[in-house]
Ligand binder design. Structure first.
Ligand code: DQA
Length: 155
């Protein structure tokens, strides 16, 4: 009797990193960041990943070094990265260097429109190293970023 072995196709893995204070989404300044919690956000990213045929790993840390370590750890496992570095956007040369070092397509996402806020939020250290930036579209920004990475992975 013929045994049919189904081919196992690996789905491209997208790493989603959220930085400091984003663990408090839902209660943190809801007039700016909305009422969706971080787990709600992760759940909608997982749903979007399924629809796009991607795998996803969602991680959050309040520590710069941890975010750098995750970028290093996933540099050969992930096909692309979505990062919202929180306030580290405006301070972190270490994250800029890590993004340059890992050689992966990275999309920067911000829930709020950083260009429309205080002037110290207008500058992003990581912006020159990312494929693109989505800012001000709330949680949907992550979903748009996943669509963009899905087409980049297929290209
Ligand atoms: C943020 C914007 C940053 O300026 C801020 O420090 C955050 C969140 C956003 O998603 O809008 O923590 O990255």
């Amino acid at each position: 009797m013929l045994k049919i072995v189904k081919n196992h196709i690996m789905q491209p893995l997208i790493l989603i990193l959220n930085g400091p204070n984003l663990n408090l989404l839902g209660t943190r300044e809801p007039e700016i960041y909305g009422t969706l919690t971080l787990s709600d956000l992760h759940a909608s990213c997982e749903k979007q990943a399924q629809a796009l045929g991607l795998a996803v790993q969602c991680l959050q840390s309040n520590h710069e070094g941890q975010l750098v370590d995750w970028l290093h750890e996933y540099r050969q496992k992930a096909a692309g990265v979505i990062i919202n570095p929180g306030a580290l956007t405006h301070t972190s040369i270490a994250l800029l260097d890590a993004i340059k070092a890992v050689d992966l397509p990275v999309i920067e996402v911000h829930l709020s429109n950083i260009a429309a806020r205080e002037s110290f939020r207008h500058h992003s250290y990581i912006a020159p190293a990312v494929k693109g930036t989505i800012t001000g579209l709330g949680a949907e920004g992550y979903l748009f970023a996943m669509k963009a990475l899905a087409s980049l992975c297929k290209a």
